[in-house]
Design a protein around this ligand. Sequence first.
Ligand code: PMP
Length: 463
Amino acid sequence: LELLAIAGTLYSCAALSSIPHPSSITKPPSFHPRRRPTLALRNDATTSSTTSTSPSALEEQSPSPPPHLPPLNPLLSRIKPSKTVEIFSLVKQMESEGEIVTSLCVGEPDFAPPSCVIDAASEAMAAGKTTYTAVSGTIELRRAISNDLKERKGVYYDPVTEIVVGNGAKQCVYQGLLAACGDGDEVIVPAPYWPSYPEMALLVGATPVILETAVEDGYLIDPDSLDACLRDHPRAKALILCNPSNPTGGVHSTELLTKIARVLESHPNVVILADEIYERLVYTEDGQCASFASLPGMFHRTITVNGFSKSHAMTGFRLGYLAAPQRYAKAVSVLQGQITSCASSVSQAAGVSALTNVDESWLANNVVVMKAKRDYVLRELAKMDGVRVAVPPDGAFYVLPDVSKYYDGDDNRLCLDLLREKKLALVPGESFGAPGTVRLSYATSMDELEIAMAKLREFLEEL
Ligand code: PMP
């Protein structure tokens, strides 16, 4: 899906000589088979720097498409490309044209993985650990995950039958949903949401049901609203609980999670997909983020997803996992066996090292550094007229300020003009189900953050 989004975006980027009109970002780009080779060339730095073939020459070589082509899967017409990927691609396009862009749009730590992780990957390659592993992952990694969850989160998963390692948490969320839901089911997605959730629900044949949350509540789930929503939707089969949240940074306390669990007791058909990928980045006094599966009565109906991208800055390793009672873990393993076999053996070796060799102080330091960045961004946003953060976010590395005072609440236009005029990239809140807001990722250097805040303030003051 991401590749499709990228292909679509690259098409729209390459087809335009300057930043496109907002319409090209809000509408999914149309595909034109003849133009695709041009895009690959233009956006692939290696190819373009080492070949003398011009895009137009390549285009001339491509054969004309026949008048009738087999249609794509109709499912695709229901799916939206990722807005984050679109903006990111625009940034790359501008940079390739020599522009200097400040980007706060990507959810990726700006620090490197710990050196023991890199060493473990190199050693694994040198030692010939370059073959397929068991579908659910190496037993070493599954044991390390099981120990980590038991020690830190107080929840035990059998490494042999209850843990499945996948190619990133994203794949694990998708496979978890695919195992639990299908045609005719509904998936409750609290808004603001990570954009992949509703799209993944659609991909598995289910219908996403958006559960609104209030800005005054820090966008956390209100148990009464959840109860009402579940009563209104007897076909609800899953609830997605992203804690800490992307895009709001909100962290549900143990007390609130317990109330949510109590509501769920009266809706026994609902599975909870607990995406806890940001649980290592919490800025409250106690730094706690309880695992939903550890709450009384919730283990047997919770599918926990976690990974290494955010905690250990291992985004490119593509390593995540799902921990769930055997019934779900087994189903996911069967699905994964048909979809992708296993996660990279080299990444898995790196994952073992991340969980067994990385000093707790390395992780604690990331929290301190990230919290300082959050505090700085919040201080700067507070100085800007018409920019509102009702409740300071306690986790992850995002802030979702309300900017609806500007552009009549059209955050897409605001982001495009901001990118065009000030070369500052933020993601429109509309794509997170939060129109009138923008999402900032502060996982970047302090220098970049200072430039970004200055640009944003200047832009808004000029409006
Ligand atoms: N869940 C959430 C909420 C995320 O923000 C992300 C990454 N942006 C993922 C899952 C996927 O992470 P991974 O890199 O492990 O696939």
